[in-house]
Design a protein around this ligand. Structure first.
Ligand code: ATP
Length: 453
């Protein structure tokens, strides 16, 4: 890809999409705040996900479960004890890193997701892999590093009051499976989705909002009877692909990667990752996993509750199987913003930065621009009218060319310019962000015009 992470990040910071977290205090490592434009884009993205996977789905319903949960949830899910990264330090420069990532960075074709610490250690020694920071070949033993954030609930800080911030939203769904199924009298197949914050004490948060310690996920757990003949895994791969097309992500910028057996997580029977070609490398964007009946089985065992589903036609009790499409909001935003970022030559001595965001995602769909101060009153009235129907911004400062560039830079698909003739002919000039073409449109037809394009 032609643009670097640094230039895209600089653009997003100066335009008010993303700011460094706690910036006036020197920041907090790898924490980011979404500014006024970032939050509009984020909300549009989350709303579209909700529409596509929940509100307009024939099968699915929504949920909002709490971040703090009973510790037994994490015992059952395998997060307590298992949810850890293999970590080592360089003895010379003291840099801390993940052993699996160290190998994969040196051997990009390898995937050591399922390797034991002994295998990782032996490989690093055999291949004489060096520290990426100082070049030394002397590492500590590999230790497991707990990825869940711990905190204390209540006034007494002792072992009994320890609780964890959830590392994924999925478990909140599994523990509510029976509540949802019973209260809504849902029949299989059906899914439960939610959007919410998750926390992982990542050792190496990296690449801007690609990997952070606090992040948001959009997860769907789809429950079905494994005896059904329908290939639900394929169905959800198709639905995710449809969604990526809906938000205009360019198909040439992502790929589907099937996990091989050694890489599958302990709960998964099959996994496909949709990976995006970021400028710092190809990275997981959206994971689609066949989790079998692992989660409901584990929660039944640990909670001693009956989480089976009664098929009323056959009178048979079954544990439903689960397909999980799971994506991080920040990662998806980063991919969307990369895809959209372009620097274009407009004339021999002028370039423009333009974010070619889908109108469904852009922070503002329309900018209303008065050509002169004298037209402010009438233009503002038009802005107020359009605001009732669209996400709009009113932009009255600077010359017209500068205002167009400013709107290009934040991805506004249309500028509506109110000029001296508008008051008499009741028409405005509509400028298209991508083609830069302009056309006269009657004010009375504007709403239909924007709905149609
Ligand atoms: P990775 O291999 O990148 O650590 P993962 O396989 O652990 O990711 P999952 O547990 O499958 O990720 O989580 C589902 C989705 O949540 C990922 O596809 C990703 O979009 C998002 N995600 C996971 N961890 C983070 C993080 N630390 N920061 C931002 N998004 C994340």
């Amino acid at each position: 890809m032609q643009y670097t992470l640094k230039e895209v990040v600089n653009h997003l910071k100066t335009q008010g999409f993303v700011f460094q977290g706690s910036e006036i205090y020197g920041g907090l490592a790898n924490s980011w705040d979404f500014g006024p434009l970032g939050i509009e884009l984020e909300r549009n993205l989350k709303n579209l996900w909700w529409q596509h996977f929940i509100a307009k789905s024939k099968y699915n319903v929504g949920l909002d479960s709490s971040i703090l949960m009973n510790n037994n949830v994490w015992k059952a899910s395998g997060h307590l004890g298992n949810f850890a990264d293999p970590l080592l330090d360089c003895k010379k420069c003291k840099m801390r890193m993940r052993a699996d990532k160290l190998i994969e960075d040196n051997y990009p074709k390898l995937n050591c997701g399922g390797w034991s610490n002994e295998q990782l250690s032996a490989f690093i020694t055999e291949k004489n892999i060096s520290c990426p920071n100082c070049g030394a070949h002397d590492f500590t033993d590999i230790r497991q590093f707990e990825l869940m954030f711990k905190t204390n609930q209540g006034v007494i800080e002792d072992e009994k009051s320890v609780v964890y911030l959830r590392p994924e939203t999925a478990q909140g769904i599994f523990v509510n499976f029976k509540n949802v199924q019973r209260s809504l009298r849902k029949k299989l197949p059906f899914g439960i989705g939610q959007i919410g914050k998750s926390f992982r004490n990542e050792i190496t948060p990296e690449n801007f909002i690609f990997r952070t310690r606090e992040f948001e996920q959009m997860e769907l757990e789809f429950f079905y009877d494994s005896k059904e003949k329908i290939d639900w895994f394929e169905y959800w791969v198709q639905e995710v692909t449809k969604f990526l097309t809906l938000i205009n992500l360019k198909a040439e910028n992502y790929l589907f990667r099937e996990h091989d057996a050694s890489e599958l997580a302990h709960y998964a029977k099959r996994t496909i990752d949709i990976e995006y070609k970021f400028p710092f490398g190809t990275g997981e964007l959206w994971g689609i996993a066949d989790r079998g009946d692992y989660d409901l089985r584990r929660h039944s065992e640990v909670s001693k509750q009956d989480l089976t589903y009664l098929n009323q036609e056959t009178n048979e009790k079954i544990l439903p199987h689960v397909i999980e499409p799971s994506v991080g909001v920040g990662r998806l935003m980063l991919a969307v913003l990369y895809d959209a970022y372009h620097i274009e030559k407009v004339s021999d001595n002028e370039t423009r930065v333009v974010l070619k965001l889908s109108p469904l995602l852009a922070p503002y769909q329309i900018a209303v621009i008065p050509l002169s101060k004298q037209l402010n009153k009438a233009a503002y009235q038009l802005y107020e009218e359009l605001l009732m129907r669209f996400q709009c911004i009113y932009d009255k400062t600077g010359n017209i060319g500068k205002r167009y560039r400013r709107q290009d830079a934040i991805g506004t698909p249309f500028c509506v310019t109110f000029d001296f003739e508008s008051a008499t002919d009741q028409k405005v000039t509509v400028r298209n962000r991508d083609t830069m073409q302009q056309e006269r449109v009657a004010i009375a037809n504007l709403e239909n015009y924007f709905i149609a394009v």
